[in-house]
Write a protein that binds this ligand. Sequence first.
Ligand code: NAP
Length: 468
Amino acid sequence: MDRQLLVGGERVETGEWLDVVSPYSGQPVGRVAKGGAAETEQALDGAAAALAAPLPAHRRAELLTAVASLLAERQDEAAHLVCAEAGKPMKAARVEAARAVSTFTFAAVAARTLAGEMVPMDASVAGEGKLAFTLRVPVGVVGAISPFNFPLNLVAHKVAPALAAGCPVVLKPASATPLSAFFLAGLVEEAGAPAGWLNVVAGSASEIGDVFVADDRVRLITFTGSGDVGWKLATRAARKRVKLELGNATPVIVDADADPAAAAAKLAPNAYSFAGQSCISVQRVYVVGSAYDPFVEHLVAATEELRVGDPADEDTDVGPVIDAKARERVLAWIAESGGKVLTGGNTTDDGVIRPTVIAGPDPRSKVECEEVFGPVCTVTRVTSLDEAIERANGTRYGLQAAIFTESTRSALAAAKRLEFGGVLVNEAPTFRADQMPYGGVKASGNTKEGPAWAIRELTEERLVVLPF
Ligand code: NAP
């Protein structure tokens, strides 16, 4: 499967290729043309031309609805592609494909409902005799950078709200998993997007990123990925809007009154689904008092029931991490955690890390302080809800967190005091519906995605004042 770059409506080859391999078997899956600064500039020419010929909201909404329909028809194909290039088990890949349909559907709604506000002018003496309102105008061309772990739906979260807002996009997909982005771009073209509205340039991250930073035509950079890369981009592009969706070291509190079996049943799949390579994968669980022993027993049992192996097998729950380097790093972090490995901690014969539960890790260990991005979950006994909240907050990250409790008072106390962009109650912190406002605080980012929220970031308010 060869894919050319999509630049200003043209398919472009560069003479160089990026090979895409299966993270499970190492076998080739396809290749994409490798672009750099020159192709990015050409893509920006195409995007700038598209911006000069704006599409009305109803056409943007129709386009997005048409993409949702095409994707719904080809969900199975999309899921197989995600599975092949990312090593994501088919169960999870199917969920991702269905969610991408939802993302386009909600973006179409956002396009149709985008509106400014009336300003109550005669509320002051100065405003008497005036009528004022705001228009929501597209910010301009968007440079979008996406990560490897949701190669379809996170590309959808970049592309769909931007098109809804009337912003042409130059997308740089992750080098490990670019094929889903090209698949989606094909559907956007098929749905009738004029040339230049969506451009896809795979290739050298630093070259493409440098153009996004330096070229004044890029008015907003939307980035999902690791904090190291994201915050540097924000510093370097200080005069642009740089919207960051970054990592987490996701905590969960299981309070003393929670149902330990129900909590474990929710948390085990969400610690290991896609081998923990979700930014909101369950990573650190703090269990209060007497709930600890039964919870750990249920968690280990539920973890050991998960099927580990070939992601293409429809029964597989847990597949490989993205590459050998990631595998070695995760195994090293397990080895140096300072806790007791209750299950897992090693690999299967085909090199897949077994789902791993670590009890009582060193609070300064990497599995407690950093984002593991692997199939690892720690459990720690604490003596009170206060201590649990303090431990959960003891991280530079702040994306999503969760609490399991029967008490409304405890749930609301946690919602108030957990320093995260989202707090889930009696649900895994990995839960996300695509219309939700989703995004982190602290080191986890500076924005919210979910089309109705993203479209606000992608538009500017222009004030209009006239005599009245
Ligand atoms: P990554 O290594 O930071 O890469 C993300 C994207 O940035 C890729 O397209 C990458 O290109 C590109 N990139 C790398 N260096 C760059 C540079 N100097 N300038 C511009 N772009 C550059 O992250 P990842 O490993 O793909 O994804 C995992 C991370 O994403 C985790 O931290 C995870 O928590 C986070 N994430 C966050 C969310 C969220 O919504 N908050 C969702 C999913 C993932 P190459 O692939 O070519 O290197």
